[in-house]
Write a protein that binds this ligand. Structure first.
Ligand SMILES: *[C@@H]1O[C@H](CO)[C@@H](O)[C@H](O)[C@H]1NC(C)=O
Ligand SMILES: *[C@@H]1O[C@H](CO)[C@@H](O)[C@H](O)[C@H]1NC(C)=O
Ligand SMILES: *[C@@H]1O[C@H](CO)[C@@H](O)[C@H](O)[C@H]1NC(C)=O
Length: 200
């Protein structure tokens, strides 16, 4: 009788254990990327044997220039760019009242002088201009209306290459993936065995 109770206890403990395993997405929605503090991410988490870690590349980011101040006078866009990691694949979104401002892509010289020496350059002026970042390097944008550029409506960013692809794990070194089918199979066999012993 005691033996049967013991088996039932094991059965219940085993039945509960798999439900407790947690799949952690490393970095959550920021993924596995530079510029993420994984010490902070790991804080307060209780990792257990049987849990899994999933590594996924960072998702592309859509930047609303100036955040909820948008593209306007009175914002320091140098301050806005601080701590941001612009990558190929990200997009810039310039939001403003059409007619009040515009967005002109310029070179570094023109950026400093708040001029446009490129006669064929056409400013964007829809009020919700979306610029995909397609190549690495420095990019300069100004508002070409009146003295808005010299009053601060200028944005310079440095775009880095997209985050590299995740190297595929070497065969045989990925227990997280390879153990699972075996584990669920062994788990069913064990359950059947315990069930038979209890019912015997
Ligand atoms: C990450 O965050 C921890 C805890 O807040 C901090 O001590 C550490 O200096 C940070 N590391 C980096 C590289 O910012
Ligand atoms: C914007 O902020 C930066 C850094 O704090 C400062 O050096 C710069 O002078 C500011 N620009 C304007 C136009 O206030
Ligand atoms: C001038 O602007 C046109 C249109 O945006 C662009 O294709 C070209 O590369 C620019 N030329 C220079 C020298 O920046």
């Amino acid at each position: 009788m005691a033996f049967r109770a013991f088996l039932i206890a094991i059965f219940i403990a085993a039945a509960v254990a798999p439900a407790l395993a947690t799949d952690y997405m490393v970095g959550d929605d920021k993924g596995w990327a530079s510029g993420v503090n994984y010490t902070e991410w790991a804080q307060g988490k209780d990792f257990r044997v049987g849990d899994t870690l999933s590594i996924a590349p960072a998702l592309a980011t859509d930047y609303i220039i100036g955040d909820n101040a948008f593209w306007t006078l009175g914002v320091n866009y140098t301050v806005w760019t601080e701590g941001k990691d612009f990558r190929v694949g990200d997009t810039l979104m310039f939001m403003y009242k059409p007619g009040s401002h515009n967005v002109l892509s310029v070179n570094g010289d023109d950026f400093e002088k708040c001029t446009s020496s490129n006669v064929s350059a056409v400013p964007l002026m829809s009020g919700h201009d979306v610029i995909p970042l397609t190549s690495p390097g420095k990019k300069w944008y100004i508002c070409d209306i009146g003295d808005h550029c010299s009053r601060g409506m200028k944005l310079v960013i440095t775009v880095s290459a997209a985050e590299g692809p995740i190297p595929s794990p070497t065969p045989g070194t990925s227990p997280a993936v390879e153990v699972s089918p075996w584990r669920s199979c062994a788990w069913m066999v064990a359950m059947m065995a315990v069930y038979r012993m209890i019912m015997a």
